[in-house]
Design a protein around this ligand. Structure first.
Ligand SMILES: CC(C)(COP(=O)(O)OP(=O)(O)OC[C@H]1O[C@@H](n2cnc3c(N)ncnc32)[C@H](O)[C@@H]1OP(=O)(O)O)[C@@H](O)C(=O)NCCC(=O)NCCS
Length: 178
C-alpha cells in the first residue's frame, strides 16, 4: 500500500479514544497517561487547537476496515503555536506521514500569522529528534525533570517569521479552522 492511501483530516469526537491510546502507548509510555480520552476530546473541540488524524481506509495488517495510524495536536496562541503531541504507528513510519502532518500544521500556522512553533520531547527520543530536525526545528533548551520529575526534556523551536506586528495586508483565517 502506498502512502497516498493514508489521508489527513481534522479529528472528530469519535477519534478521541484511539488517539488517546496512541498517546499512551507511543508517546507517554512509562510516564503515566495524561492525554486520556477525555482530555483528547476537549482538544478536538477546542477552537484554539488543531487535532489531525492520519487515517487509513483499510488496516493493512489486519485486512479489515482501517483507522487512525497517526495523529498530531497543535495549540495556537497569538504568536506562538505549541506542538503538543505527534505520533505515527510503528508499521507506518518512514513513509512521510509525520512530515505531511507537520506540513499541514505549518501551513495553518503561517495562515494564522504565527511567528514560531515550539515543542518538547524526551531527551532520549533520538528518532523524534532526528525527525524534528529534518522538519526544520532546532534544539533550544534542556529542561531537567520535565517529565513527571523523572526525565529531562529538550525544547525545540522552528521560526516562521520575525516576531512582532504582522505585515500590512495580512488577513485572519476563516473562523473555526486553523
Ligand atoms: C517521530 C515520528 C512521529 C516520525 O514519524 P514518521 O511518519 O515515521 O516520519 P517521516 O516518515 O515523515 O520522516 C520524515 C523524515 O524525518 C527523519 N526521521 C524520521 N524518523 C527517523 C528516525 N527514526 N531516525 C532518523 N531520522 C528519522 C528522516 O529524515 C525522514 O525522512 P526519510 O525517511 O526520507 O529519511 C515517529 O517515529 C513516532 O511516532 N515516534 C513515536 C512518537 C514520538 O516520539 N513522537 C514525538 C514526540 S511527541
Amino acid at each position: 500500500m502506498t502512502p497516498t492511501a493514508i489521508t489527513l483530516r481534522l479529528a472528530e469526537p469519535a477519534d478521541a479514544r484511539p488517539l488517546a491510546l496512541m498517546s499512551r502507548d507511543l508517546i507517554e509510555a512509562g510516564l503515566g497517561w495524561k492525554y486520556d480520552p477525555a482530555r483528547i476530546a476537549r482538544a478536538i473541540v477546542d477552537p484554539n487547537v488543531t487535532t489531525l488524524v492520519a487515517w487509513e481506509r483499510e488496516d493493512r495488517a489486519l485486512r479489515q476496515p482501517g483507522g487512525a495510524v497517526g495523529f498530531s495536536i497543535m495549540h495556537f496562541g497569538e504568536e506562538r503555536a505549541h506542538l503538543v503531541l505527534l505520533a505515527v504507528r510503528p508499521g507506518y513510519r518512514r513513509e512521510g506521514i509525520g512530515q505531511r502532518m507537520i506540513e499541514w500544521l505549518v501551513e495553518s500556522a503561517l495562515t494564522a500569522g504565527i511567528a514560531s512553533l515550539h515543542l518538547e520531547l524526551r531527551e532520549t527520543n533520538e528518532a523524534a529528534r532526528a525527525f524534528y530536525r529534518a522538519q526544520g526545528f532546532t534544539e533550544s533548551l534542556r529542561v531537567p525533570g520535565y517529565y513527571s520529575g523523572k526525565e529531562p526534556a529538550l525544547r525545540m523551536i522552528r521560526m516562521l517569521r520575525t516576531a512582532g506586528p504582522l505585515p500590512a495586508g495580512w488577513q485572519p483565517p476563516p473562523a473555526g479552522r486553523h
